[in-house]
Design a protein around this ligand. Structure first.
Ligand code: HEC
Length: 270
């Protein structure tokens, strides 16, 4: 012990009986002293220690030259802390109830199945998604034709109605761009008479938005087969011919403009 060299003089002064008392105390408490070998401890205690203890004990009792040291009782620390009721409850509680085990095993599968149902089975393509957005949102179509296309101020579009009104999807596009003609004019393929109730959208909506909302009305509301609208979808997807910022002109020449765009995109409209 290198430290002992400095304080050796002071340490010698510790009375042997105090050291012995400390040893005895430790022995009584059954605490094994970790630093001394097990074989050495009993040897010193059985041979030399008792003699010293007998000789010193009376002296310590009779001559209390030192002030009575506060008895450092280590017992309270050694006794195990009383276990709190809530801790006890947590320790004795069964962690997972038996019935929960199959539930927990099934949980990941259920999560996968559930995630699968979140995606609508029909594919909401880009054109349908944009069309729905226009119909319900900035196009304001739902306000007059009903949220589900059932009709209102404007005629119903569901159940093939809109397909009969405009047999050719290009006429449908032209209609949405221009809106109603003056009241009293025949406006659709069924020979119906305009009330001039439908606003024009050529300035409000972009060309892509108009193509999308027509696609949406014919497929989602009218019930047309997507295959019948292949040309329309192809035109929508040709972003060189129908770029983001393009809008359709309102007016009588629009029909030929639309056909020109189709020709440009290399699509032979049916
Ligand atoms: C302010 C009300 C109003 C709004 C908004 C409106 N429409 Fe119309 N729509 C009408 C009316 C009214 C008619 C019938 C024509 C008429 O009487 O002038 C009509 C007719 C139609 C028709 C022909 C239906 C048929 O059976 O003849 C289509 C297709 C159509 N609208 C699509 C649209 C689309 C697409 C939008 C949104 C971009 C839209 N409408 C927004 C009022 C409206």
């Amino acid at each position: 012990m290198p430290a002992g060299n400095h304080t050796g003089g002071a340490l010698v002064e510790v009375p042997e009986h105090l050291l012995q008392r400390s040893r005895d105390r430790r022995k009584d408490l059954g605490a094994s002293t970790g630093d001394e070998p097990a074989a050495e401890a009993p040897a010193s205690e059985t041979s030399a220690a008792p003699a010293v203890a007998e000789a010193q004990a009376p002296a310590a009792a009779t001559g209390p030259s030192l002030p009575e040291l506060p008895d450092l009782e280590p017992e309270p620390e050694l006794q195990p802390e009383p276990v709190k009721p809530w801790v006890q409850a947590a320790l004795t509680r069964k962690k997972i109830p038996v019935w929960a085990v199959p539930v927990l095993i099934f949980l990941p599968f259920w999560a996968i199945i559930f995630a699968g149902t979140l995606e609508s089975p029909e594919r909401d393509s880009e054109i349908i998604a944009l069309g729905r957005e226009v119909y319900e949102g900035n196009g304001g179509c739902a306000g007059c034709h009903g949220a589900e296309g059932g009709g209102g101020i404007g005629p119903a579009l569901v159940g093939g109605e809109v397909l009969n009104a405009f047999v050719d999807w290009r006429d449908h596009v032209i209609w949405v761009v221009n809106g109603s003609p003056p009241a009293g004019q025949v406006y659709n393929d069924e020979g119906e008479i305009s009330t001039a109730g439908m606003p024009s959208n050529g300035e409000k909506l972009s060309a892509r938005e108009i193509l999308a909302v027509v696609y949406f009305e014919r497929v989602e509301l009218g019930g047309a087969a997507e295959a019948d609208l292949h040309d329309l979808e192809e035109l929508f997807e040709d972003e060189e011919v129908v770029p983001e910022g393009l809008s359709f002109d309102i007016g009588g020449t629009f029909g030929s403009t639309l056909n020109n765009l189709l020709a440009e995109a290399g699509i032979g409209a049916s």
